[in-house]
Each structure stands twice: as C-alpha cells, then as structure tokens.
Design a protein around this ligand. Structure first.
Ligand SMILES: [Zn+2]
Length: 250
C-alpha cells in the first residue's frame, strides 16, 4: 500500500472544455448555475463522504461560489467535515496553456480566485492550485507562486496528454518551472505511462489500468505525507444512479 492524497475537482458540466474555456474544443454553449446532473452528483458525493469520512481536498472553481445552491452545499459540507480542505481550481475553467501566454490575465484571475475561496473556506483553505483541465505551461509556474500558492497539483505526467503541457509539450519542463518557482509539485498517479485520474476512470482500457493502480492505495493522507496523488470529479458520483464510487478501498 502507498499513502495517497485524495483530491476531487468540483467542475460542473458547463466547465468542461467541450462547453467553454478552450480555443478550439469549446462549442460555446454558456450555462449558468448548478446543473441538475451536478445536484444529483453533489448529493451522492456527500452521502459517500458521510459514510467514509475520508480526508480529502476539493479543488473548487471560484465562479461556482456565485451560485447559492453550490455555495450552501459546500458550506454545509465543510461544517460537518473538518477533515476536508479546499484548494483553487481557477476563477473560471479557462484552459490557460491552450491560449497564447497571458501573464497579467492569469495572475489577475488566480488572485481573485484565491481571495474569493479563502474568504469562503476560512480554516479549510489551503494555498494549493490545480490548473483547469490540467492545462499548465512552464510560463504559468512563476505566476502561480506570485499569487501566493505554495503547492501545485496540475501535472499529469503521461505522453498521452503532453499537448496540455504548453508550447514544448514537455511535462519535465513544467516540473522544472514549478521547482524553480519554489512550488511543491504533486503530479497525478500514472501507470505504464498512462493517466489513471479524472476522465481516465471512465474510458475503456484506461479504466481497467486505473482500477489496478488505485486498488493498492492507502492510507488517505495530506500532501506532505503522500507518496501518490489521485483525483476524480464530484460529477462522477452522479453515474450509475448515484452509486458510482472511486476504485479505492474505503
Ligand atoms: Zn476541472
């Protein structure tokens, strides 16, 4: 077994790159608020958390706090689960490394997100960052540090998604930039060079590979003690009629 840091991302359907935030993948159907699919998933996730009581971090997109349904749900969750911490998953879900370099725009967005999330989460807030959709380029690292973050968990060190890593399509370049900026990096678990987190949990073959990798994980700890980092989406909990679970022994 290997100590693991469990993380979930709070993306609603409107945040997915196919909907918004990406220069070529987005079809531009803007939505607002919390979707019905998300509401069901939030309910199922909360049930799972109440039962398992696991230590985990939720990476939240700051624009979700504007929606009273999501805001209320998260604040009740935090009241009842002091073991849950909150990190930043962007102000919106803009895929920064898919666009031309924009230091000022990126800095302004994550400073605003930081203030919003910190104010909301209070003691549960941690200066931890995860780039929307895992799109992170080397130029973003010093900006993340400048905004006051101490840890980054955006790197998915697999050749399959190297195009997300910026102009050189090189995860090592991103890792070096994070290190040079004084940030701690917590990349996501891969197996056989393949992704095991997020969407990989529901893609045929990758799902099989992920299940095998995840079945050996535990205990569930914070990033300072963890040897591995995994993530999934709150939205996943809406699958299988609310019966979906991450492939962990809980
Ligand atoms: Zn996301």
């Amino acid at each position: 077994m290997r100590p693991v840091w469990l993380t979930v991302d709070s993306d609603d359907i409107r945040h997915t790159p196919s909907s918004q935030g990406h220069p070529t993948r987005s079809k531009g159907a803007p939505h607002e608020g919390t979707s019905n699919e998300m509401k069901n998933a939030m309910k199922a996730f909360r049930k799972w958390l109440d039962r398992t009581q696991v230590t985990l971090t939720i990476f939240v997109i700051a624009d979700q706090l504007d929606d009273p349904i999501f805001n209320q749900w998260l604040s009740d969750l935090l009241k009842n689960h002091p073991q849950v911490t909150i990190g930043c998953h962007g102000l919106t879900h803009r895929c920064w490394s898919a666009f031309p370099e924009d230091v000022d725009g990126f800095l302004a967005a994550i400073v605003e997100a930081d203030i919003k999330l910190h104010k909301f989460a209070g003691d549960a807030w941690r200066p931890w960052f995860r780039a929307p959709a895992g799109y992170i380029a080397p130029w973003m690292a010093p900006v993340i540090a400048k905004a006051g973050f101490e840890l980054d968990s955006s790197v998915n060190p697999s050749w399959l998604v190297r195009k997300k890593a910026g102009p050189w399509k090189d995860w090592n370049a991103v890792e070096n930039a994070l290190k040079d900026s004084g940030l701690i990096s917590r990349p996501w678990l891969t197996k056989f060079g393949l992704p095991t987190c997020g969407p990989a949990l529901s893609i045929p073959f990758l799902r099989w590979n992920a299940k095998r990798a995840w079945s050996r994980l535990g205990p569930f700890v914070l990033p300072d003690e963890a040897e591995e980092t995994v993530y999934w989406h709150i939205l996943d909990h809406g699958k299988k009629n609310g019966q979906w679970r991450p492939p962990l022994i809980t």
